[in-house]
Structure formats: C-alpha cells, structure tokens
Design a protein around this ligand. Structure first.
Ligand code: SF4
Length: 218
C-alpha cells in the first residue's frame, strides 16, 4: 500500500535533511513569535501584520493578506483588533476612493520594532558564530531558495535583490560578482538585500532566468 504523502521519504535524502533542518528553524521562529506576541497580548498574525507595515509602509488590506499568505477576511479581523488597540489606523486610499489603506500609529510602530527583533534575538548569537564566507553563502543560498518558492507561488513576495528587475546575476566583478543596475554598482553575496525600498519586481520571465542563472559564489 502506498503511504500517504506526509509519510513518504523524499527521493533525495540530502533534500530531506535540508527540509528537516529548515523545519527546525521554523519551529524556533514560531515559538519565539508566539512568546513575544503573548507578552504584547497579540496573536502571532497580528504581530506579523505590524512588522509588515513597519517594513513596507502603509498598505491596502489585500496587500497585507497577500504578503502574509492569509485570506482577506482573516487579516481584516486581525487588523480590526489592532485598530481597537490603537496600533494601526485606516485611511482612504488617495488613488482609489473606495479602497482603504492601513498605517501604523506611533504606538504600533514601537510594538512593530520590538516584534521585528524577536526572531533576530533568538538567531543572532548562532548567526554571529558563522565565518564571514559561511554567512555570505548562507544568505545567498536562502535567497535563491526563497526566489524559487516565490516563483512557484508557495510563499509571499519579498523585496529581495534576486527578484528585482535591476539585479544582474554575475554581472559584477570577481570580488563582487553581481550587479545592481539602479545603483550602478557591483554587489557581493554578502550584500544581497532582503528588503530593499528601491526593489522593483522583475517580470516572471526574468525571475525564471535569475533562478536558473544565479549561483552562490561565497
Ligand atoms: S534596487 Fe535594491 S533590490 Fe534591486 S538590485 Fe538594487 S539593491 Fe537589490
């Protein structure tokens, strides 16, 4: 009898071990988030919504839902609670009168800053123990993994170099192998951005090409 999908061994044992290692980090992230949000009397989703607004500025409700990979109804309910707690406020979208945008209040901005640090606090000591080259390789490898997950629609979109239309993989020099067309500067693996305000999403054809061409240099 064929076992259910969740009990099947991955075809490549190495891939299975990578998945398990990432799942361990995911468990830590969830536990840290749960602990931090309970302290602030928030749900983890409400805390994540605050962090998203802190990183991205004011957004439409649908944009927050997409970013956090939840339904419109789920995020609307979470935002209503945040509004009651005076952590966010709604205002009319100047570009479309029927649409509503959400922004952080001053109090919300303070809580979001703390929430953004919860995972960093837990992981920083371990990350700091890595060699410089190991850190750069890890960053570039993780970004490539996220890019493929984004391309396949499995994860929300981040403002990373590798998904930016200005990014040219291996368009730099031997020390800094990649290139940013906007900054007109070569960038190394360790300088790849995970949340760049100048990010401009590349068309899907370019994303596919980057996912194939991008190699971690270290
Ligand atoms: S604009 Fe920002 S995200 Fe885009 S390639 Fe340049 S540094 Fe990276």
């Amino acid at each position: 009898m064929t076992p259910p999908p969740e009990q099947r061994e991955p075809e490549n044992p190495l891939h299975g071990r990578i998945s398990e290692a990432l799942a361990r980090l995911g468990t830590l992230a969830r536990a840290t988030e749960q602990q931090g949000s309970t302290t602030q009397e928030l749900s983890p989703l409400q805390a994540r919504a605050l962090v998203t607004l802190k990183q991205r500025g004011d957004l439409r409700v649908g944009e927050i839902a997409k970013d956090l990979m939840v339904t419109y109804g789920t995020i609307s309910a979470a935002l209503s609670v945040l509004e009651e707690k005076d952590l966010v406020r709604k205002f009319q979208d100047p570009d479309e009168h029927r649409a509503v945008r959400i922004e952080l209040t001053r109090r919300g901005s303070n809580v979001a800053r703390q929430a953004a640090g919860w995972n960093a606090e837990a992981l920083q000591p371990a990350i700091a123990s890595l060699q410089k080259e190991e850190s750069a390789t890890l960053l570039a490898t993780l970004l490539k993994l996220i890019l493929v997950l984004e391309r396949d629609g499995v994860i929300g979109q981040a403002r990373m170099c590798v998904s930016c239309k200005h990014f040219v993989p291996h368009g730099g020099n031997s020390r800094r192998p990649h290139y940013c067309g906007l900054l007109q500067a070569a960038i190394g693996d360790s300088q790849l951005r995970t949340d760049c305000a100048d990010h401009d999403r590349a068309p899907s054809k370019q994303l596919g090409a980057v996912a194939r061409a991008f190699r971690v240099v270290g």
